[in-house]
Design a protein. Structure first.
Ligand SMILES: NC(=O)c1ccc[n+]([C@@H]2O[C@H](COP(=O)([O-])OP(=O)(O)OC[C@H]3O[C@@H](n4cnc5c(N)ncnc54)[C@H](O)[C@@H]3O)[C@@H](O)[C@H]2O)c1
Length: 382
């Protein structure tokens, strides 16, 4: 088994998910490559304690990402930091010759995204991918296979969304994800949007134009210090796009929703594809349920399939057992390491988001800001 030595920059929520996935790599019996975390970096060193308590492999702990990148033993990095740091940190990592798994939105705004993607283009020797785990749910792997096989026929309509609800509580204190300075002007689109774009973009369903309606519903929040702070980021966004099916050249409506205030929705990612030959619907609300309608004339009936462990990368879990969020994270990391070792993903929908796909998402979100501001339809062209 080959080992890739990883450095982790940003020891918060997502950093822990990666470390936990690395700790249960034995879950994936067919992998011939594994990650080993040898270095961690966080602004406040207090956050690194959980890592050093659990991982004997860590030999470097620092609060300066440059020191971690200067460590010749580090071959690859996962960088999970607030959005205003993406450009500086990602470019430095790539420049230091480290393979990079970055986090979305891959730059706080379009100029940052452009700079990152340009810099990556000058360093083809490193693999750079963006984290996005939902397509690794078994139902979405199945849907991906159907897309590749052309099973949907002519696409009638596609909707994808990612819905949260905890911001419905006006007493929830503000954090960096609700501050334009750290999260960016995209607001909820920057946080949730890449997840929603992943499957449509991978399918080649590229938005030509967008009409967006954005909402800032809770305009101030407790600042956590006894006062109140303005909350200026967009809570909710609905993007109606005019997309083209690459197979037929036909145009169809593609609706992308990202909402931080969707009452009752804890963490619901969903996608619904309607086609002339088949339709499919999946939501993490019922994570093992795949709804399908196959049509060859006659009665039109939605059926439902209970998915088990039909994963892109074989797992030790029994085939009938349920799949969850942390399984999707593990699968995503398997995809990154597999591509690093083998040069390409095992199938189209078993690959992580590419820098080009992040770049397209930035064009879309930037156009969406313009569309909302001017109440107009905006081109997403390059
Ligand atoms: N893939 C997903 O499902 C998913 C989910 C949540 C967040 N994210 C993304 O992950 C990234 C991080 O989000 P998070 O939820 O883990 O945030 P977080 O606030 O939990 O963690 C960020 C960490 O970065 C550290 N940090 C800040 N400035 C730093 C610096 N200069 N040097 C080193 N460390 C620094 C913070 O101290 C913190 O520990 C964001 O890009 C976010 O959009 C992805």
């Amino acid at each position: 088994m080959k080992t890739i030595r990883f450095g982790l920059i940003g020891c918060g929520l997502m950093g822990r998910e990666f470390a936990s996935a690395a700790a249960r790599w034995c879950h994936l019996p067919d992998m011939d490559v594994r990650p080993e975390i040898v270095a961690v970096c966080n602004r406040s060193l207090q956050r690194t304690k959980w890592y050093t308590d659990h991982f004997d492999s860590i030999v470097q702990v620092t609060d300066d990402y440059r020191q971690l990148l200067a460590n010749p033993d580090v071959e690859a990095v996962y960088i999970a930091v607030p959005h205003h740091l993406h450009q500086e940190f990602y470019c430095a990592a790539v420049g230091a010759g480290k393979h990079l798994m970055g986090e979305k939105p891959f730059g706080i705004d379009q100029p940052a995204s452009d700079a990152i993607v340009r810099w990556i283009g000058e360093h083809p020797e490193v693999l750079v991918r963006c984290s996005s785990e939902f397509p690794f749910f078994p139902a979405l792997q199945r849907i991906g296979g159907m897309i590749e096989a052309g099973a949907f026929g002519r696409i009638v309509e596609v909707e994808a969304g990612f819905l949260h609800s905890s911001d419905l509580d006006p007493n929830k204190p503000i954090n960096w994800k609700r501050m334009v300075e750290f999260n960016g002007r995209y607001g909820c689109m920057g946080d949730l949007g890449m997840h929603v774009c992943h499957v449509p973009f991978r399918a080649g369903w590229i938005p030509r134009t967008v009409r967006a309606v954005l909402s800032n519903i809770v305009k101030e929040r407790p600042d956590g210090k006894g006062g109140v702070a303005p909350c200026e980021t967009w809570d909710n966004a609905t993007l109606l796009c005019d997309a083209t099916d690459p197979g037929s050249g036909d145009r169809f409506p593609l609706t992308l929703k990202t909402q931080r205030i969707a009452p009752g929705e804890k963490n619901t990612y969903y996608v619904k594809i309607l086609g002339t030959d088949a339709s499919a619907s999946f939501s993490t609300k019922n994570p093992k349920r795949l709804k399908l309608l196959e049509y060859a004339g006659g009665q039109q009936t939605w059926g439902q399939v209970d998915m088990g462990q039909e994963t892109a990368f074989a797992a030790i879990t029994g085939g009938i057992f349920e799949f969850g969020f942390s399984d999707a994270i593990l699968q995503m990391w398997a995809a990154f390491l597999y591509e690093l070792e083998h040069g390409k993903p095992p199938s189209t929908f078993a690959g992580c988001v590419t820098p080009e796909e992040t770049s397209l998402s930035h064009r879309l979100f930037t156009a969406a800001l313009d569309s909302h501001e001017n109440a107009s339809v905006v081109s997403v062209a390059e």
